[in-house]
Design a protein around this ligand. Structure first.
Ligand code: NAD
Length: 476
């Protein structure tokens, strides 16, 4: 509570649980209405500004965020437990994405005009109005930016509801925009008040399946269109010719353990030919010794921090079992200072266990042996989630042929997520991993609605109309 009695959210440092990193005022669900109404009024003024004018404001925001990035990265590391190098990377990526939007919005949001002897058609790209952006804690800046940047460029206003587990950095980033983007703080109730508001015309949600289902139901009830980016249980499949080079193994280890495994597109299940399993485990443990150092996210050389909360720590510890458990890498510092979990590889757990069949979102990763490409494909495609995947092979053509058969929205070849993400390609899941896309042209298109004006040539003033006029079902 503040002295005035208003509720607050105090964010602790998950690496040092005796430290409060910052405090934000909580937005009660009943306070959301006034904020959305202000956003709605702002939106009309913002949309009335010319596109180059709006983009100039976004370019200034990109410069301001870039200037503030070193301090923001430290704040992000302290509130989320992510290592500070990754936090710098996230802020840099957010700035690059914002600039990418500034560059590509003019073509994406331009009118398309067709004027020929059949008549004139103008396709306009119009903003929706107020966009509700509900985001998770694990990459709070970039996941908000993927919504804020195209939505504002298109002429929408945005109200962001970040996770209460990482509310601080994203609030600072929003403050650097000279544009109609606001933040409301709170949990599911505040999020529900926002998503279900009558003046919200588009919902963009990133988070888990349960939250996504609740948000989709609220949006559906109002017929508000939505983009949902949900969880994944990404398989990483090594074909029988994939070399276990140091580089490949180093990439794979960090693809599972960056942000303590709490990444939507982490490599969450590894499949290796049974005949090569023991060689793989040896190479993997050696790679973990090289690259995996657990400790204080602000310390030099640390590559993995704590998990986000006490509940996440309990859930992660419960997953360490059901097969041969290998502790990975080394620990530096005091494991009792925060929510640390020793990273682990679990060899050959039960394929039906929670660790294999569901998204673990924790620093515990299973490896399973297989024989035959059809069987591993069936295992990789099992389950309801279909976010990312990877295939590893010495032969890129063979890898692409295999990759075509994954039920996943985004497949990597010879890497998994890290160092592989591209601004040029759309990203999003299939099956129960979401609907809609972010990044690239589809990410821009998500924030405009197409409105058509059509003057058929036959009805132009002065045109000769024969008989009853053209059919209502023209040929083209
Ligand atoms: P979460 O679903 O618990 O929360 C996400 C956001 O939704 C938070 O702001 C939360 O307060 C809000 N929320 C939750 N329930 C709600 C409800 N009923 N009504 C309105 N708002 C609600 O997710 P999390 O724990 O913060 O993030 C982890 C999940 O997000 C994982 O499943 C991860 O895979 C997924 N994720 C997906 C992507 C992607 O791009 N596909 C990216 C990052 C994380």
């Amino acid at each position: 509570m503040t002295p005035s009695g208003a509720a607050t959210i105090a964010r602790e440092n998950p690496a040092r649980t005796d430290e409060i990193v910052g405090v934000v005022a909580e937005t009660a669900p009943e306070a959301v209405d006034a904020i959305v109404r202000e956003a709605d009024a702002d939106q009309r003024r913002w949309a009335a500004r010319a596109l180059p004018d709006r983009l100039a404001a976004l370019a200034r925001a990109a410069a301001a965020i870039e200037d503030a990035a070193p301090g923001l990265a430290t704040l992000l590391a302290r509130e989320s437990g992510k290592v500070v190098g990754d936090c710098r990377g996230e802020l840099g990526f957010a700035v690059r994405y914002l600039r990418w939007v500034v560059e590509h919005a003019p073509s994406a949001y331009a009118d398309r005009v067709l004027d020929d002897d059949l008549g004139r058609i103008v396709e306009q790209r119009k903003p929706y109005g107020v966009v509700a952006a509900v985001t998770p804690w694990n990459a709070p800046v970039i996941l908000a930016m993927l919504k804020i940047a195209p939505a504002l460029a298109a002429g929408n206003a945005v109200v962001v509801k970040p996770s209460p587990l990482a509310p601080l950095t994203v609030s600072r980033v929003v403050d650097l925009f000279g544009a109609p983007v606001r933040v409301v703080h709170g949990g599911a109730d505040t999020g529900a008040a926002l998503v279900g508001h009558e003046l919200v015309r588009k919902v963009a949600f990133t988070g888990g399946t349960a939250g996504g289902r609740a948000v989709a139901a609220l949006a559906g009830d109002r017929l508000t269109p939505s983009v949902l980016e949900l969880g994944g249980n990404d398989p990483a499949v090594f074909l029988d010719d994939a070399p276990f080079t140091d580089d490949a193994m180093d990439r794979l280890v960090m693809a599972s353990f960056a942000t303590s495994g709490q990444v939507c597109m982490a490599a969450k299940r590894i499949y290796v030919p049974s005949s090569r399993l023991s060689a793989f485990v040896g190479a993997y443990l050696a790679a973990a010794d090289r690259v995996l150092v657990t400790g204080d996210p602000l310390a030099d050389g640390v590559t993995m921090g704590p998990v986000i909360s006490a509940a996440a720590q309990r859930a992660a510890l419960a997953l360490r079992g059901g097969g041969t458990v290998h502790d990975l890498g080394r620990f530096e510092g005091d494991p009792a200072s925060g929510y640390f979990v020793r990273p682990a590889l679990v060899v050959e757990p039960d394929p039906g266990s929670l660790l294999v069949a569901a998204e673990q979102f924790a620093p515990v990763v299973p490896v399973l042996g297989y024989s035959g490409e059809e069987s591993v494909l069936a295992a990789a495609n099992a389950g309801e989630l279909g976010l990312g995947a990877s295939v590893w092979s010495a032969d890129e053509e063979r890898a692409f042929a295999f990759a075509r058969r994954f039920e996943a929205g985004f497949t990597f070849v010879n890497t998994h997520n890290r160092t592989g993400m591209s601004l040029r390609a759309p990203f999003g899941g299939v099956k129960r991993s979401g609907w809609g896309r972010e990044y690239a042209h589809e990410g821009l298109a998500a924030y405009v609605q197409t409105c058509v004006i059509h003057a058929p040539a036959a009805f132009r003033p002065g045109a000769a109309v024969a008989g009853g006029g053209p059919s209502a079902y023209p040929a083209g």
